[in-house]
Design a protein around this ligand. Structure first.
Ligand SMILES: [Ca+2]
Ligand SMILES: [Ca+2]
Ligand SMILES: [Ca+2]
Ligand SMILES: [Ca+2]
Length: 200
């Protein structure tokens, strides 16, 4: 490329562009740390232990944090056991900025949250009341996102059977880090922006 850098001014421009590109690539690398294969579909809220007085059964919310519609048909949701698998129906589209809730029991879920429209189930496995893992895989079996939560400090303990859910503070934060989760207000926010949402 250097053949057209024939004066000092062009050289300065060249290095400015070079550093801009370098900086942009660095930024992308940081994002990749949060989402394993670069598809920014995020495990965003977890209800692993409902209260006795309000029991929608276990559910998990994912969020499309990209600017595009993503076909998540035949994606897999697993807990810590490899043979605990829920397969997303073919041709399920998740729009940009849209949420989808996986339910253990869709009837219990919808009687608790009648206004939520985008949910699927039933998962034939539950989420551990003492901690568990959630893993989202794409249709090729590549891991897209993983969260390993616990029911004790430093995870928010009020999500353990008292009503609140675990909510990620912002979909762009690293959801493998317990610092980035809080207990929700009330019984959580399936299908909606989290109650603990923070602007980055
Ligand atoms: Ca992640
Ligand atoms: Ca489980
Ligand atoms: Ca527990
Ligand atoms: Ca939510």
């Amino acid at each position: 490329m250097s053949y057209f850098i024939n004066n000092k001014n062009d050289k300065t421009k060249f290095f400015a562009i070079f550093f801009l590109l370098f900086w942009t690539c660095e930024d992308n690398d940081d994002n990749d740390d949060y989402n394993i294969n670069g598809i920014d579909i995020v495990i965003n809220e977890i209800n692993y232990n409902s209260s006795e007085s309000f029991d929608p059964e276990d559910w998990v919310e994912i969020y499309n944090n990209t600017s595009e519609t993503v076909d998540i048909g035949l994606w897999l949701l697993k807990d810590e056991e490899d043979d605990h698998v829920f397969t997303v129906p073919s041709n399920t589209l998740l729009l940009s900025d849209e949420y989808l809730v996986f339910c253990k029991d869709t009837l219990s879920f919808i009687s608790s949250f009648p206004d939520v429209v985008k949910f699927i189930g039933n998962m034939d496995f539950g989420l551990g009341g003492g901690g568990d893992m959630l893993r989202l895989f794409d249709q090729n079996g590549s891991l897209v996102d993983i969260v390993e939560y616990e029911d004790q400090d430093p995870w928010p303990v009020s999500a353990d059977g008292n009503g609140p859910t675990l909510e990620l503070k912002n979909p762009s934060l690293d959801n493998s880090n317990s610092d980035n989760w809080s207990a929700s207000e009330n019984f959580g926010t399936p299908g909606e922006r989290n109650s603990v949402y923070l602007n980055e």
